[in-house]
Design a protein around this ligand. Structure first.
Ligand SMILES: Nc1ncnc2c1ncn2[C@@H]1O[C@H](COP(=O)(O)OP(=O)(O)OP(=O)(O)O)[C@@H](O)[C@H]1O
Length: 235
């Protein structure tokens, strides 16, 4: 589904990504963990077109999307959420979801149906006529996820979805993320410092360190890897 080949990103003399190779199969959740500054967000930024890689290739279902602008990457089927959620604050929840579908060639009725389906899914339907700015930070994260999902992406990049989210909403987010591959036919790249959620949700985990993959495998593999314990998980 998503393939990353020898991905490198430099900012002047700083090597943020130093040759990442990665394969995310269809309907899989890839968990990404690593120290602050290890390159996790930079990798997502390269995949969704915010950054142009210095070297390497990014393939979506075999199609080379390296260096395409953000809108084209989104149209190709890559959805992305941010550490600080990006919603349209002065629009209602319904309108936030509606505008995300305008490129899809759906009728107003179809768009409305999709919006309602996702607002119910993220338990925000009762607030559908409220402005997005009235939501809590955690609710905005749920709205942002709904906004991504109404356009039926093939790959969803989630950057710190649980950060700053209260435990109740975090549980709801976890439950929804779990269903994305099975019920919504997409793959997920999940960047998080929340190891419990990463272990719970991920089919495969990579641990990043200084722009490279330090270790990868199942939750058990990662948990017990001596290099990971030393570099990341600590004592
Ligand atoms: N636009 C930029 N310009 C210059 N340096 C950058 C830029 N974006 C990221 N970096 C640098 O690249 C390195 C990797 O940063 P990145 O944000 O990808 O790490 P991260 O693993 O996501 O960290 P965190 O867990 O703190 O979010 C850091 O040294 C960071 O300062």
């Amino acid at each position: 589904m998503l393939k990353i080949e020898k991905l490198k990103k430099q900012f002047g003399g700083l090597v943020a990504l130093n040759g990442i190779d990665l394969h995310v199969p269809p309907n899989h959740i890839l968990g990404v963990i690593g120290m602050n500054g290890s390159g996790k967000t930079t990798m997502l930024n390269c995949v969704n077109g915010l950054y142009t890689p210095t070297e390497g290739r990014i393939l979506l279902q075999g199609r080379d999307i390296t260096g395409l602008p953000v809108e084209q990457v989104a149209r190709a089927g890559v959805g992305r959420t941010f550490q600080v959620p990006r919603v349209f604050p002065h629009m209602t929840l319904l309108d936030n979801l509606d505008v995300s579908q305008l490129q899809k060639g759906r009728s107003a009725e179809e768009r409305y149906q999709h919006s309602v389906e996702w607002l119910e899914r993220v338990e925000l339907y009762r607030l559908r006529h409220n402005m997005a700015e009235e939501l809590s930070g955690g609710q905005q994260k749920l709205l942002e996820l709904a906004r991504i999902m109404v356009s039926r992406p093939k790959v969803v990049l989630l950057d710190e979805p649980f950060a700053g989210v209260n435990p109740g909403l975090a549980q709801l987010l976890i439950a929804i993320i779990k269903t994305l591959p099975t019920e919504h036919d997409c793959s997920v790249v999940l960047v998080s410092h929340d190891l419990t959620s990463i272990y719970q949700l991920s089919h495969h985990i990579i641990v990043m360190n200084e722009g490279a993959i330090l270790c990868q495998g199942s939750a058990d593999t990662v948990r017990n890897d001596p290099a990971v314990i030393e570099a990341y998980l600590g004592a």
